[in-house]
Design a binder for this molecule. Structure first.
Ligand SMILES: *[C@@H]1O[C@H](CO)[C@@H](O)[C@H](O)[C@H]1NC(C)=O
Ligand SMILES: *[C@@H]1O[C@H](CO)[C@@H](O)[C@H](O)[C@H]1NC(C)=O
Length: 248
């Protein structure tokens, strides 16, 4: 058991939602504008330049990709969830206000970064104008893996209650259009342990011989819930079809 855990730690990505106190198929993802590539000590990472969402994630020295990169052109519309999106729901004076970075996607302006930060951008352009929160997303390389961090500040002059904060996790569990051999070689299945600060998501390549990817909270960002994210079922790769389990 201990041995397995150590193997998992050799290849993992961390996820955080860091909090600071108050003070269809037409492509909007930006695939045509290209990708940013970062080869870190643990992972080769590619982000879509415009959206800074994850395009590919391959452990250093491996050719196994945890992300459905080859399906990205079929999943570049508004409402298709990718790793790096943010979803939140806040209470206003009377009603909850939702903010979802995938609903009406806009190109982001990359922030100037240095040191271990690979990329960062404020999400304001791609959040609704009604958003009560100011969210900056950062991708950071650390010795143990790659961190995805969200810096959330209250952009209002009054207190805002955050009802929920979530981040979609997209991995390659898309079997559609693949032979059994391709599915076995390319795809992973993923499962959460909803264990608060000890929570994690394990992404296991179907091949059975490759180390799994483990997504863990950074600092105090407990894994409190796990739920299905609905997407359009109108176009291939037919979301939630028999061979596409869905993104959670
Ligand atoms: C990153 O690594 C990949 C795979 O080894 C290589 O093809 C690519 O040229 C590298 N890119 C950079 C920017 O170093
Ligand atoms: C959003 O927060 C960042 C700091 O994370 C700050 O630099 C920026 O000015 C804020 N933007 C707005 C519109 O409040």
């Amino acid at each position: 058991m201990r041995r397995t855990f150590q193997i998992m730690l050799t290849a993992f990505i961390m996820l955080a939602v860091q909090m600071y106190p108050a003070a269809a198929q037409s492509g909007t993802l930006g695939l045509a504008d290209g990708f940013s590539t970062f080869n870190t000590s643990k992972f080769n990472v590619q982000l879509v330049k415009d959206s800074q969402t994850l395009y590919s994630l391959t452990p250093a020295g491996s050719s196994f990709n945890f992300i459905p990169t080859d399906m990205m052109t079929s999943r570049q519309a508004n409402g298709n969830y990718h790793l790096g999106e943010s979803r939140s729901r806040k209470v206003g004076s009377t009603a909850w206000v939702s903010g979802d970075s995938s609903t009406s996607r806009k190109k982001l302006t990359p922030a100037t970064v240095s040191g271990s930060t690979l990329a960062a951008a404020n999400l304001a352009p791609t959040l609704p104008t009604t958003s009560l929160l100011n969210i900056t997303r950062r991708w950071v390389s650390v010795s143990s893996g790659v961190q995805l961090l969200f810096d959330v500040t209250n952009s209002q002059t009054t207190a805002v209650e955050i009802g929920s904060l979530g981040a979609p996790l997209e991995f390659n569990n898309i079997f559609t259009g693949r032979s059994a051999a391709q599915t076995n070689t390319l795809c992973s299945l993923f499962d959460p342990y909803i264990g608060q600060d000890a929570g994690f998501v394990q992404v296991t390549p179907l091949l059975g011989t490759l180390p799994p990817l483990v997504v863990t909270p950074v600092g105090k960002s407990p894994l409190e819930g796990w739920r299905f994210l609905p997407e359009s079922t109108a176009a291939t790769p037919f979301y939630q079809s028999q061979t596409f389990e869905g993104i959670y």
